[in-house]
Design a protein around this ligand. Structure first.
Ligand code: SF4
Length: 484
């Protein structure tokens, strides 16, 4: 036998375990049949602190509930919505008193505070940074998707692909949601943008645009999360999409595959996937699901079995696009454990990890570009090449760039400079679009001391100037776009 080498990461095939939901006082009497029912899951989601207390009871101390309440009032950009399936993956050891399982009260609360899934699904006030809770250049629509709407909700950023936001809701709300401007209910801090047109009209406008734009071949059917669209409505849209000759790739965006797998396990949904994929296959079109799993604890047997059933029903692929988050998945082991569980147990292909976008109050989650580059280096060579995820930065006005594609990187001030090789839909007449440098900013607390000292002096002057320049450029581009 070859002696084991001392490796930075040691691979072990994982056996998945569904955590025992009856450890939570509010779910103590819930049966397996209830748990497997999508409607039961939806109607027992935790939407506020009172409901969390009803489920968790004395497992958590009053201090935690107060911390959460304060965050909801003063910081949260997303309202609370956690399905039982996700709640069950927080502090997931099975059975009170078993090894590694803290008992109720202070020890359990500490474990809950430290839990990676809790950190992004139930953020608390004390999680957030107090020095720079938001980056000075954070914005509500940090990727400027609305400015690139070809019709309402259809973002045309890349030359051959579009993002179709069919609806503005999800069955779960992630605290770090990049689409916080639009998705979910308003919070005390954020009044959400509302679609103006009726859903059926918007969907038809999208289909009309795609039929009239033969350069687009690839549609991300998203939201929100398509699991919140009644299946029959989604199937109607997909049927029409499949009629458009130029559409060759369709990707259904749904975090619910792991947050509420019961939706995707429902027989009417699996049968519908079978019909759609059979039609797509006959036309040479690939239909895939793109899901969003950030931590290995979310990959449970129910999730894995649901994913494999959907592949059996005819899906071409299921790919994962996680978000890189401090305290959730910011070590090589976190990323590799997750990727191997997805690949080995659930037949889900690790695809991307996005750097967390520059939305308000996200500094405690964000990593620097340098940290992301180190993580990319650390995870190379373990997974099969086709399942080795790329860590990408979604650069405003550019799109996804692999973290090693940066043109210049001022590490002292945390400013990276990027270029692109295509025009977005609002840059038809912008002669400088391909030569301009686009910027992305590291969290200030990750900078060397000299950089941290530099920023306070820049904020008023630079952000006022930059916002004015940006507003002028956008108004020029919007008028160009509307004439194009
Ligand atoms: S599932 Fe996606 S769109 Fe919905 S809240 Fe989470 S990140 Fe946002």
């Amino acid at each position: 036998m070859t002696p084991a080498l001392d490796q930075p990461y040691v691979y072990r095939m994982r056996e998945l375990v569904e955590p025992d939901w009856t450890r939570m006082p509010g779910f103590a009497d819930v049966t397996a049949a209830q748990w497997a029912d999508a409607q039961w899951q939806r109607s027992h989601c935790v939407k506020n602190v009172r409901q969390l207390r009803e489920v968790m009871g004395d497992l958590l101390t009053d201090d935690f509930y107060a911390d959460l309440e304060r965050d909801q009032t003063e910081r949260a950009t997303m309202s609370m919505l956690v399905p039982p399936q996700m709640l069950n993956t927080m502090v997931p050891a099975t059975g009170e008193g078993e090894a590694g399982m803290p008992r109720a009260g202070t020890a359990y609360t500490e474990a809950f505070y430290d839990d990676p899934v809790r950190r992004y699904m139930l953020p608390v006030f004390s999680d957030r940074r107090t020095d720079w809770p938001s980056h000075p250049h954070a914005t509500r629509d940090s990727l400027h998707e609305h400015e690139m709407w070809a019709v309402e909700g259809l973002t045309h950023r890349y030359p051959t692909k579009v993002l179709a936001e069919l609806l503005p809701t999800c069955p779960q709300y992630c605290g770090h949601c990049t689409r916080m401007d639009l998705v979910g209910n308003s919070t005390p801090q954020v009044t959400k943008l509302k679609f103006l047109a009726k859903p059926a009209d918007r969907h038809q406008q999208m289909l009309d645009y795609l039929a009239a734009t033969p350069t687009v071949r690839d549609v991300v059917v998203s939201g929100g999360d398509v699991a919140n669209l009644p299946w029959k409505n989604l199937e109607v849209f997909l049927d029409k999409l499949l009629e458009i000759e130029n559409i060759r790739d369709i990707r259904l965006a749904t975090k619910a595959l792991m947050a509420l797998p019961q939706h995707w396990a429902a027989p009417e949904v699996v049968e519908g996937i079978g019909r759609i994929t059979a039609k797509a296959h006959a036309r040479g079109v690939q239909v895939a699901i793109h899901t969003h799993v950030n931590h290995v604890n979310s990959v449970t047997p129910i999730v894995a079995e649901t994913a494999r059933n959907l592949l059996d029903a005819g899906l071409f692929n299921i790919r994962n696009q996680g978000v890189l988050l401090h305290g959730v998945n910011d070590t090589p082991a976190d990323l590799l454990d997750l990727c191997f569980a997805l690949q080995d147990n659930a037949s889900i292909t690790p695809y991307y990890f996005y750097m967390c976008d520059m939305i308000p109050f996200s500094e405690h989650w964000r990593l620097s570009l340098g940290q992301a580059q180190e993580l990319q280096h650390a995870i190379m060579g373990y997974l099969p090449g086709f399942a080795t995820p790329r860590i990408v930065c979604d650069v405003p006005f550019v799109g996804k760039r692999w973290v090693h594609q940066v043109e210049e990187y001022d590490r002292e001030h945390g400013i990276s400079y990027w270029r692109k090789n295509y025009r977005t839909s609002i840059e038809a007449a912008d002669v400088d679009a391909l030569s301009r440098e686009y910027v992305y900013y590291d969290p200030i607390h990750t900078l060397p001391l000299s950089g941290q000292r530099w920023w306070p002096g820049q904020v008023d002057l630079d952000s006022a100037h930059e916002l004015a320049v940006e507003a002028a450029a956008l108004s020029r581009l919007a008028s160009v776009g509307s004439k194009a």
